[in-house]
Ligand binder design. Structure first.
Ligand SMILES: Cc1cc2nc3c(=O)[nH]c(=O)nc-3n(C[C@H](O)[C@H](O)[C@H](O)COP(=O)(O)OP(=O)(O)OC[C@H]3O[C@@H](n4cnc5c(N)ncnc54)[C@H](O)[C@@H]3O)c2cc1C
Length: 483
């Protein structure tokens, strides 16, 4: 049964990727219909009002980085970039074995930008352990995208050991880095994924974190929606796409759960990899099935606590990774969000396994203890209210083999494109990757209507001495991932 509509482009999924793609196509004058399964837009970056307090909470706390270029460009176009609070100093405060360590950020040219952090790091690991990472720095600095992808077959732990990183530096730095940057334990992380993101961090200065001063979804959902609707398009909620119809190598229609068919000249599928597990397409596409099964979900538990008093002036801190701990990153939202009072605190438990089955009470109790380890006043505070969000799929795990499984925006079928944080953006799964994928898919779809859109920004490149090192070839004998 065909449903009448006048959309030029249909988009499945109203997360960052789908909405940013839709807004860009609308800005190019195209009519877009976005079809979203859930009752709320925003996907894994959604926000909603807490029923008890009325405060709007996010699915879980999110940070932007200074390198979220495409996401920031989207916010600039929508006029909401000013709603992000940027923490210039310190980069991060780390709680390590009971010690607070403020790691500074620096604008010195790379690799000198690491120097201000050195004395702090030397309180935690020896100079010898630190120097054991020089071969990693040397190796990562010279990787290009092809050499990076060649590392995808092995796990990051093995790669670091092959390069000579000491066990203590692996335990202290690399394990936390893999969890914080890629949401996955080191031994389950693709060496390609870790080296790519590390190369950027060691090769660029002035890195800092940004926190939304408003509910996360307010940064982009209303603005994208307004642009789509102003161009005559629609965002339809509770509208799951059940089947994608391709005929004779060309996209034809999206079928909804009630059997109705929406035909259109073009479509963008902006869905997470798991959405493709049940033969969503009516034709075989082995590469898509492979990717859908390759990416395991990284589950998160995010906790929101409303406390009766202020407990710290700090906005954000992290715990050095330890298997016995629950959470890694902590955000005192009431210290940078406009609407809250008392203390509203949020934290993330990344790649959580054991605590998934704990009761809410157990999780809240443990969370409070971990907060008090950093901010002792929390031990005297009364919990006015708490929310525990269990998120089965926060990001797709970047396990060995997944970097090569990521698919580009172009599909083998005319009129059909892919977007989503997991697609081939050369970025870790994040809002930035989702925004870049949305921009790439929008550019390609607009071109099929003869419209020129140039909005995607390239991934960050190394600067300073690290950029010079990049010009040196990686000698074949110095490619441990290939052995
Ligand atoms: C707790 C948490 C913390 C995070 N922290 C950070 C962070 O600090 N910084 C950062 O950059 N990123 C972070 N991320 C990751 C970031 O949120 C995601 O990478 C990004 O939002 C993914 O956007 P997307 O559009 O690719 O996918 P999604 O947000 O998953 O959007 C896909 C949409 O498709 C819909 N859908 C699925 N199936 C169908 C169907 N059949 N028909 C129609 N619609 C369908 C879904 O409901 C969803 O709305 C975090 C994620 C979580 C959950």
């Amino acid at each position: 049964m065909d449903t009448a509509h006048d959309a030029d482009v249909l988009i499945a999924g109203a997360g960052v990727a789908g909405l940013s793609c839709g807004a860009a196509l609308a800005e190019a004058g195209l009519k877009v219909w976005v079809l979203e399964r859930d009752a709320l837009p925003g996907g894994r970056a959604a926000s909603w009002p807490d029923l008890v307090t009325g405060d709007v909470v996010d699915i879980g706390p999110h940070v932007l980085t200074s390198e979220h270029r495409n996401f920031r460009a989207l916010l600039r176009r929508l006029g909401t970039e000013g709603d992000v609070y940027w923490q210039r100093q310190p980069l991060i405060t780390l709680l390590d074995a009971g010690r607070r360590i403020a790691i500074p950020t620096s604008r010195l040219p790379p690799p000198l930008h690491g120097l201000p952090a050195l004395p702090r790091a030397l309180r935690c690991i020896s100079l010898r352990d630190m120097l054991s990472n020089l071969p990693v720095v040397w190796h990562a600095a010279r990787l290009d995208e092809d050499a990076t992808l060649a590392l995808d077959g092995i796990d990051a732990m093995r790669h670091l050991r092959q390069l000579g990183a000491s066990e203590r530096s692996i335990e202290w730095f690399w394990t936390s880095a893999a969890m914080a940057l890629l949401n996955v334990p080191l031994q389950q992380c693709s060496a390609a994924a870790l080296m790519r993101v590390y190369r950027v961090i060691q090769g660029r200065s002035g890195y800092c974190f940004g926190f939304p001063r408003v509910p996360l979804a307010s940064l982009y959902v209303p603005g994208c929606r307004a642009r789509i609707e102003a161009a005559g398009g629609r965002v339809l909620l509770r509208t799951p796409v059940a089947r994608v119809h391709v005929e004779s190598g060309r996209f034809r229609a999206l079928e909804l759960e009630d059997g109705s068919l929406l035909r259109a000249p073009a479509a963008v599928l902006a869905l997470p990899p798991q959405a493709y597990r049940q033969d969503l397409l009516n034709v075989p596409w082995p590469a898509l099935s492979h990717a859908a099964h390759r990416f395991d979900p990284a589950p998160y538990v995010s906790v929101y606590l409303w406390l009766d008093r202020p407990i710290t002036r700090e906005r954000f801190w992290a715990r050095a990774w330890a298997t016995r701990d629950l959470h890694t990153d902590f955000y005192v939202l009431s210290n940078f969000r406009r609407q809250t009072h008392g203390t509203l605190l949020a934290c993330n438990s990344i790649h959580v396994r054991l605590a998934w089955d704990w009761s809410d009470e157990e999780i809240v109790q443990r969370t409070l203890q971990e907060v008090a380890d950093f901010a002792p006043l929390a031990a005297q505070a009364r919990v006015l209210h708490a929310r525990v969000h269990r998120i089965p799929m926060a990001v797709p795990c970047p396990a060995p083999g997944t970097e090569r499984a990521r698919l580009p925006a172009a599909t083998p079928f005319a009129g059909l494109w892919l977007a989503g944080d997991w697609t081939r953006t050369a970025l870790p799964s994040s809002m930035e990757s989702a925004a870049r994928s949305g921009a790439l898919a929008a550019e390609a779809a607009a071109a099929s209507f003869g419209r020129t859109l140039q909005i995607s920004l390239p991934t960050p490149e190394t600067t300073g001495l690290m950029a010079l090192l990049r010009r040196l070839p990686v000698p074949p004998g110095n490619q441990p991932g290939l052995t």
